[in-house]
Every structure is written in structure tokens, then in C-alpha cells.
Design a protein around this ligand. Structure first.
Ligand code: MLT
Length: 225
């Protein structure tokens, strides 16, 4: 099995783990504790149209802030106050990155790192690719370190060959206190703190509070059974 790490774009036709630790991956995993289906949508307009047709709840952010008229922002904490059949979610990076992926796509974060690693090993034929969502094409440290946390559960797999970026993420994630400090000191965290969303940073850094794994298929996200 080969294991690789990439930024924003996927080259795999096998198994991808999409990671947007602050916050889309974490919010999607939280949302699926309360909703059966999450529909990720790129534009605000489409999100509103799709939600209207389905009588769904609307969630999303632009520049981190809740979108006017939406039920809730892209918050893994606030989403837990809602429930229903379908949630339509639009975010700047995470939902956009999912589009156009050809592989089986799982959603990973600190909050379900072990569970997503186990499922990826089960489902992949020969290649697990972790894809960091980043921010507008740029590397961000929280996705890198969250990838490292997931890789720490994949490393036990026999006969795996990790590329150098994956190996670097794994090594960088070994010291939990350093990871927490780096994520809390990140640009994304500063932006969230500026919006009064400190609670989302703390929540997203919790390890393995969920043993559920979201899977993206045919344009929708559900819990992998
Ligand atoms: C995104 O998908 O763009 C992010 O999760 C942004 C955020 O909610 O802070």
C-alpha cells in the first residue's frame, strides 16, 4: 500500500481522505451526528436553491463568518444544536475541494483520526491519499498536523510505503502539546478567534471524539456504514 499527502488536488482513483481541520471536516463529522445527509455546495446561491427544494437546514461561512440568512455557520459546535434529514453546507475551501474527486472520498480530522484511518485501510486497494484542503490553495499547518495524526494510525499497517510529505506530517504530529500550540497559533485560528469562535478551535483539536467516518459519494456525504 502506498500512502501520500497532497495539497488541495487529488491524483488518486483509489482512496482519498479529505482534511479541513478548521473547520469543514470537523463540522461535517459533527453534523452527521444530527443529520442523515450533508450536501456540500460551492456557491451560496446553489446552497439556498437546493435547501429550499429539500426543506433542509442551511449552514456555511464566508471568511469564517456565518452567511446572512443561513441557520448556522460552519461551526462544529453550533451545528450540534440543529438536527434534521438534510444539511446543505457551503464553505470556502473544504466543500470546494471535494468537487471533482474521482476516488472513494472519506472525511478526516483530529476528531475522527483513528476511525478514518481504519476505514481507509479497509477500503483502499493500493493507495491512500490524504488531501489537505488548505486555504485558497495555500498550505495551512492545521491540515498538515491533522494529516499527521491520521497517519499515526496508518503507520501500523504492514507493507505501507509513505511519501516524504506524509512522513514529514507524521513526524511533526508526534508531540501533542506542540501540535495543539501550533494549531492554536495558526492564521486560521487567529481568524476564528477574531470572530469570537475560539470554542471551534478547542473543539476541533479533540482527538477521536467520533468513531464515525463521513463518506462523500455522488455529491452527498453520509456516515460510512
Ligand atoms: C473552509 O472550508 O473553508 C473552512 O473550513 C473555513 C472555516 O470555516 O473557517
Amino acid at each position: 500500500m502506498t500512502v501520500s499527502l497532497s495539497l488541495e488536488r487529488s491524483c488518486s482513483n483509489d482512496l482519498v481522505i479529505m482534511i479541513d481541520a478548521l473547520r469543514a471536516s470537523t463540522t461535517i463529522t459533527s453534523a452527521l451526528q444530527r443529520f442523515n445527509t450533508v450536501i456540500p455546495v460551492k456557491s451560496i446561491e446553489n446552497a439556498v436553491n437546493i435547501a429550499g427544494g429539500l426543506d433542509a437546514r442551511l449552514a456555511g461561512e464566508r471568511e469564517g463568518a456565518k452567511i446572512d440568512g443561513f441557520d448556522v455557520g460552519n461551526s462544529p459546535v453550533d451545528i450540534l444544536k440543529f438536527s434534521g434529514e438534510v444539511l446543505v453546507l457551503t464553505t470556502t475551501n473544504g466543500t470546494r475541494v471535494l468537487e471533482g474527486m474521482n476516488a472513494k472520498v472519506l472525511i478526516g480530522s483530529f476528531t475522527n483520526a483513528e476511525a478514518v484511518a481504519i476505514k481507509a485501510i479497509e477500503l483502499a486497494d493500493q493507495h491512500i491519499e490524504l488531501v489537505m484542503a488548505g486555504v485558497k490553495g495555500r498550505f495551512v499547518i492545521e491540515d498538515f498536523l491533522s494529516a499527521g495524526e491520521i497517519l499515526s494510525h496508518i503507520i501500523h499497517l504492514e507493507d505501507q510505503e509513505m511519501d516524504e510529505m506524509a512522513l514529514a506530517a507524521l513526524m511533526a504530529s508526534l508531540d501533542k502539546d506542540m501540535v495543539d500550540n501550533a494549531v492554536k497559533g495558526s492564521e486560521s485560528a487567529a481568524r476564528l478567534r477574531g470572530l469570537g469562535l475560539e470554542k471551534d478551535i478547542e473543539f476541533s483539536l479533540q482527538r477521536d471524539i467520533y468513531n464515525t467516518v463521513p463518506i462523500y459519494k455522488n455529491g452527498v456525504i453520509k456516515i460510512l456504514k
